[in-house]
Design a protein around this ligand. Sequence first.
Ligand code: PAF
Length: 279
Amino acid sequence: MQIVRQLDPLRDALAEFRKAGSKIGLVPTMGALHAGHMRLVEVAKQRCDKVVASIFVNPAQFGEGEDLDAYPRQEAADADLLRAAGVSLLWAPTADQIYPEGYATNVSVGGVSDGLCGAARPGHFDGVATVVAKLFNQTRPDAAFFGEKDYQQLSVIRRMARDLDFTHEIVGVATVRDPDGLALSSRNAYLTAEQRSNAVALPRLMQEAAAAIAAGGELATILAEATAGLLGSGFHKIDYLELRDANNLAILDDFTKPARLFAAAHIGRTRLIDNIPVS
Ligand code: PAF
């Protein structure tokens, strides 16, 4: 696996792949890889001839007081995982390859960026859309792979790709969970043993709420009960627990398909998010 940090050698390497007729799959990450990322690589490998993974901890998507400095950085261990998984090239750019001197452009996606994490983390999805647009232009993949764990991010990227005429495929990959149901996230590493054991209330209460909604229960009551359940299980702040249209993320006051239940909740110093389909 080649590890490339500058744009010129990246373009040369990708040109070689294309000359050989290879279909290129891009898996963008911020590192601290876990089984959820490795599932993206696995799906990319099934669909493409060459998999390019990127690791860049993107300052533009972290707000003030968020965990940019503390965000886990472990490139050597990540590179070992990617190499063992058959990734052909790791794009680990230096910061100036993403944000050169004088950088002044922002990609802002309306609609799907509003609400949910967009409300709790102002500017976050501008940062995501901007860096992903850059990664798309830098690598010009045939397909790019993103986890449904960050479903709003996936929706923002799909909208951005349609609006800015990126023609490659955007592939959403189902959330990978621990056996007890907690969605894998780099931020799970911040949980103490007690918080980790309490955190399972998030997927459990969401599953129960989704089943009750699908069974025709009263939405506001179900969401209020699930919120109270989370607050009684070690979570101290709920940013949102909402039912949304799975296609355009419009808020739903009544259950209509396709719908997804979205939650963000704080446990200790960690903010966990999750989403599941309601059907
Ligand atoms: O999901 C992530 O890891 C990041 O938001 C992404 C898509 C790599 C952009 O920095």
